[in-house]
Design a protein around this ligand. Structure first.
Ligand SMILES: Nc1ncnc2c1ncn2[C@@H]1O[C@H](COP(=O)(O)OP(=O)(O)OP(=O)(O)O)[C@@H](O)[C@H]1O
Ligand SMILES: [Zn+2]
Length: 614
């Protein structure tokens, strides 16, 4: 969309006609070319829209907005026989309102531009033919053909072909990703090279892309606390202002002074100051692959002083691998141990289970299906395999089951997983996960952004936790935690006055994400539950995005305060003073009043473009 076109669109036609009518009437009356009733008629026409909004505010929302102030000012000017002043004030206010509403529209339009769109049609393979079909008529299971240069219209799985895809529209990462059969593809991303056949896996209204769009749209409705606060301040200010203006009138009996005062005492931009920043910041974050689910969370994130990280899958890459198998019971060989462990873990979705299954696969081992299987949270798994009771899990799990732990080679760095059959330890699996790139960098940036406490929480053992936290540079860690211990750790921190953000990737993090003041989920590949529970979702599992999210929220919050204190507060205080000193008359007051509106708008919209550093 062209930048200017919004300002001249049909929506605003009537506003433009009103401005021109009142403006022309002012000039003609000034040149004595029209009689007073014509001017009053034009004023009534101009005032009509304001009056409607004023009454609507008053009756439906029980609030007094600028429109009410201006309506009163215009009526006073007519009653006090200051016709021309009243008309000019009315015209300028109409212009101001027009700028405000058109720029709000403009902000929304530029957000849509930022996020982009999904194609309306797709090439679908049907009975050996390719048909151009509307997106709404596609079904899960349809195979869609995408050629180089095109946008992918659906979420799905690549079934054939290959190509490199720019996923920036949803992840913010512009380095293209290679897609081959089996890879996931996302609606709204761009195929730069190659050709792909994609089988649709999600309906069109449930794609990651459409979820981003609806989040950004809904975000506006989840008000930041500061917004409620300014609404409240505005509602307290209004009676005070009216009494003040009335007192000034009783003392001075000066109609012009009262009109000018009313213009500067209306607390209108207080309401305009925050929503605009909120939308701009949320859109900005969305473009960088950070989904913030509402203005509320933007403000909360800006106030966070403590961040807790889950270890596995968050600080570490979440793709652990078996380094070594130690045989304790020497009647068995490694293959037998791996076979039993893989059988026990085959129904588990835990990353450690995947490591064991991958290891079994690398040895080309077949493993049986257990006849029963149970997950013990934070401990491991228990399974019935070939008439033996197999326990697979950490040291605590063995101790709790009365199994004595033999002396092991104890590798400090790796997670030790014990395998026991019928209450006897057969062996130990040493599993390690690599630390995510960017972890140290993120910690540095967080420190600069004012986070003074970073804690790592893990269900893993003390030694591994210590090793990992030392490698990353986190001095505070808590090990051997059950999922409920993670929640109580967060509660304790909160009770001591900390504002806590929790960063996790899923599995069993959802309750802790909810308990924290701000829950941040990593990666669209993370679990659905974590994405639901979180207040902020990082589309890409890059740790740097945590620091980015924090920087954007701080910048937004600072902008809101600037808007309120400088854009609104200072301009109004100076304005009121100058009016009382009779330096400004009503017409100058109305003209100058365009300033804060414009300032607030420019300051807010800046968030979309300006480089944010912190
Ligand atoms: N499926 C499993 N197979 C083997 N061991 C397991 C399994 N599930 C849990 N364990 C053992 O229990 C411990 C705690 O697991 P939990 O899922 O609570 O945390 P974690 O994966 O170690 O790390 P984090 O809390 O950082 O995400 C693991 O370190 C592991 O020793
Ligand atoms: Zn104002």
């Amino acid at each position: 969309m062209k930048k200017a076109s919004v300002f001249f669109s049909r929506t605003f036609l009537w506003e433009i006609i009103r401005i021109i009518t009142v403006g022309t009437a002012c000039l003609l009356f000034f040149w004595e070319m029209i009689p007073l009733p014509v001017l009053l008629g034009a004023m009534a026409f101009g005032l009509y829209a304001l009056l409607k909004t004023a009454l609507n505010d008053l009756v439906k929302e029980r609030k007094v907005g600028t429109e009410t102030f201006i309506t009163i000012a215009v009526i006073i000017s007519v009653v006090g026989a200051e016709y021309l002043a009243g008309a000019v004030v009315l015209m300028i206010i109409l212009i101001a309102e027009y700028i405000a509403s058109a720029s709000g529209e403009r902000a929304r339009a530029s957000i849509k531009e930022l996020i982009g769109s999904v194609p309306k049609t797709a090439m679908v393979k049907k009975d050996g033919q390719v048909v151009n079909t509307g997106i709404d008529d596609l079904k899960v299971g349809d195979v869609i053909l995408v050629r180089a240069g095109e946008k992918i219209p659906v979420d799905g799985k690549v079934v054939s072909g290959s190509g490199s895809v720019n996923q920036a529209p949803i992840t913010g990462e512009s380095r293209p990703e290679e897609k081959t059969p089996g890879s996931e593809a996302f609606a709204g991303t761009i195929l730069e090279l190659g050709a792909l056949d994609i089988e649709m896996t999600r309906p069109g209204n449930d794609t990651v892309f459409s979820r981003i769009i609806s989040l950004v749209e809904e975000a506006e409705s989840r008000q930041a606390p500061i917004e409620k606060y300014t609404d409240k301040v505005a509602s307290y200010l209004i009676p005070v202002v009216f009494i003040f203006v009335l007192a000034v009138y009783i003392i001075t009996r000066d109609v012009k002074l009262i009109i000018a005062l009313l213009i500067f005492t209306s607390p209108a931009e207080l309401g305009l100051a925050t929503p605009l920043v909120t939308i701009a910041a949320i859109a900005r974050a969305a473009r960088e692959g950070i989904l913030i689910k509402g203005g509320l969370y933007l403000e909360e994130l800006a106030k966070i002083d403590t961040i807790v990280f889950d270890k596995t899958g968050t600080l570490t890459a979440g793709s652990p691998a078996v380094n070594k198998v130690e045989i304790i019971e020497d009647t068995k060989n490694e293959a037998e141990l791996v076979r039993l462990a893989a059988a026990a873990d085959r129904r588990s979705s835990h990353p450690l289970a995947k490591a064991i299954l991958n290891y079994a696969e690398s040895l080309s081992l077949e493993y049986p299906e257990p006849s029963s299987f149970e997950v013990i949270k934070g401990r491991g798994v228990k399974a019935d395999i070939e008439q033996q009771i197999i326990l697979l899990g950490n040291k605590a799990f063995m101790v709790e089951n009365g199994i004595s732990i033999p002396a092991t080679r104890v590798n400090l760095a790796d997670t030790a997983i014990y395998l026991a059959a019928d209450r006897k330890i057969l062996g130990v699996f040493y599993i390690a996960d690599s630390i995510r790139k960017g972890a140290a960098n993120m910690l540095r940036e967080l420190k600069i952004a004012g986070i003074n406490k970073v804690i790592m929480l893990t269900g893993d053992n003390q030694e591994t936790a210590k090793h990992v936290s030392e490698q990353i540079g986190i001095s505070d860690y808590r090990a051997n935690l059950l999922p409920e211990d993670k929640i109580s750790t967060i509660k304790e921190l909160q009770a001591s006055g900390a504002k806590v953000a929790m960063v996790g990737d899923g599995i069993n993090d959802a309750p802790a994400l909810v308990q924290a003041n701000i829950g941040i989920a990593m990666g669209i590949m993370g679990t659905e539950a974590a994405m639901e529970a979180a207040d902020i979702v990082l589309m890409e599992d890059k740790l740097e995005k945590v620091a980015r999210a924090r920087a954007i929220s701080k910048k937004a919050f600072r902008t809101i305060r600037e808007n309120i204190f400088v854009g609104v507060g200072v301009v109004h205080v100076i304005g009121i003073t100058l009016v009382l000193l009779k330096i400004l008359g009503p017409v100058q007051a109305a003209a100058i009043h365009l300033l804060p509106d414009t300032l607030v708008f420019i300051n807010s919209i800046k968030l979309l473009k300006v480089k944010i550093r912190d």
